[in-house]
Design a protein around this ligand. Structure first.
Ligand code: CA
Length: 231
């Protein structure tokens, strides 16, 4: 799950970024409303955590503009103490949830899990499934039957993306954007390396699910081979 965190207060931002990282969320952090809007408009984020009081452009304006541009990613607003009217305005502007600062990290994580459960392809416990494999984006455990292996965060994020887009071919550019983000020096060969590691991981647990390379286009998940005779 890829998260955009828009927060200008260094202390809160640092603490949040740390909590997200510890819990295997992949987060990009920006510090003002203009950057928040520009990053949010890319549409690559699964959840946006947005502070209301921000330099350059306030959080509510950012939220309205995102919604106006049909960016539907769930947004959690961060409100300061004593601004109860912001919560109402925020929900009106299209926020999905809010947290009043200061808050306990457990609260944020619970909100994130709740938002993640809304994704239709997620089964109970936040586990993603495709054919004979399942992946927990939280624990990074990939399993097939009784066998399992632990993935690295970027490998898990890449597999999550392929599972999300199960009916389409995912290009290298999309993978770079979604898995590595924009502030990155990552190149095509990073994608290839991670695809190859994922294939080894799938093999190591005896999964029949495979990652197909579609030359010149990208990658796609393929169900267990064997066709109709394989009952
Ligand atoms: Ca602020």
């Amino acid at each position: 799950m890829k998260i955009l965190l828009v927060e200008d207060e260094k202390y809160t931002e640092k603490a949040l970024a740390e909590i997200l990282k510890k819990n295997h969320y992949d987060a990009d952090v920006v510090f003002d409303g203009e950057d928040g809007l520009a990053y949010g408009l890319t549409g690559v984020y699964d959840v946006i955590i947005l502070d209301i009081m921000l330099p350059k452009k306030d959080g509510l304006s950012v939220l309205r503009e995102l919604r106006g541009s049909r960016i539907g990613a769930p947004v959690i607003l961060l409100t300061a103490k004593g601004e109860p009217e912001d919560k109402v305005k925020g929900l009106d502007a299209g926020a999905d949830d809010y947290l009043s600062k200061p808050f306990h990290s457990a609260k944020l994580l619970a909100r994130l899990r709740a938002l993640q459960r809304r994704k239709p392809e997620l089964l109970g416990g936040g586990v993603l499934s495709f054919d004979d494999i399942s992946l927990s984006p939280h624990t990074l455990i990939l399993s097939c039957g009784g066998r399992e292996t632990k993935l690295k965060p970027k490998e898990a994020r890449l597999l999550e993306l392929l599972i999300d887009r199960r009916n389409s071919v995912v290009s290298k550019n999309t993978i770079l954007e979604k898995v590595w983000g924009f502030d990155t020096e990552a190149e095509d060969n990073h994608v290839e390396t991670h695809i190859s590691r994922l294939r080894k991981a799938l093999e190591s647990i005896g999964a029949k699910t495979a990652i197909r390379t579609i030359r010149g286009e990208g990658y796609a998940l393929a169900e267990r081979s064997g066709g109709h005779g394989d009952v």
